[in-house]
Ligand binder design. Sequence first.
Ligand SMILES: Cc1cc2nc3c(=O)[nH]c(=O)nc-3n(C[C@H](O)[C@H](O)[C@H](O)COP(=O)(O)O)c2cc1C
Length: 202
Amino acid sequence: MKEKYFEELIGLKVGVAVTGSFCTIREVLQEIESLVESGADVYPILSFSTGNMDTRFIGAEELKCRLKEITGNNVITTIQEAEPIGPKKLLDVMVVMPCTGNTMAKLANSVVDSPALMAVKSHLRNNRPVVLAVSTNDGLMGSAVNIGKMLARKNIYFVPFGQDDCINKPFSLVADFTKICETVKEAAEGKQLQPLLIKEDK
Ligand SMILES: Cc1cc2nc3c(=O)[nH]c(=O)nc-3n(C[C@H](O)[C@H](O)[C@H](O)COP(=O)(O)O)c2cc1C
């Protein structure tokens, strides 16, 4: 799969904002590596949560070190650092992976109070694509309305997502992060990768 997309992402400038779905962060780091291996030039951005919180899944400093190591680029951790992304046309595609229910709600309501949100807002002013990789336990509850709003919005694409454990977490939705390279490639061409909804495999 990686080889197939290797040439197609070469030279593509991709911002990846990592927000606070901490249990998915190790998998997300692997997929950021896939983007780099596919030839994309990846610029990491954090929310204030991921930039500051140490959790049982990863520490904030370790996350910053890993992102810098994987991408070779400095990690954006402030709103001021994220602001030039739009005016300087720094990115081709902006990704939020993982995208929390919190960040989804703010995106749906144009609230901009983290570097991740500033990066998206700044990038969208250039009429360029944004890719969201949702991960939230209330995706089919409180966050459903926000996901719906974002599905209907111009220049927004989703990494295919579905229920990850419908018995034990009936409202939870999570993206298939392994599809990030394909989703970015399609989004760069103004297309949504299909199928958008994936079946649960548990
Ligand atoms: C260990 C841990 C795991 C979390 N996992 C998730 C998650 O998978 N999805 C989610 O929407 N929020 C999750 N949260 C809550 C978010 O981190 C919290 O809502 C935070 O304010 C998100 O901020 P951000 O969206 O700016 O990163 C988790 C919190 C902790 C401490």
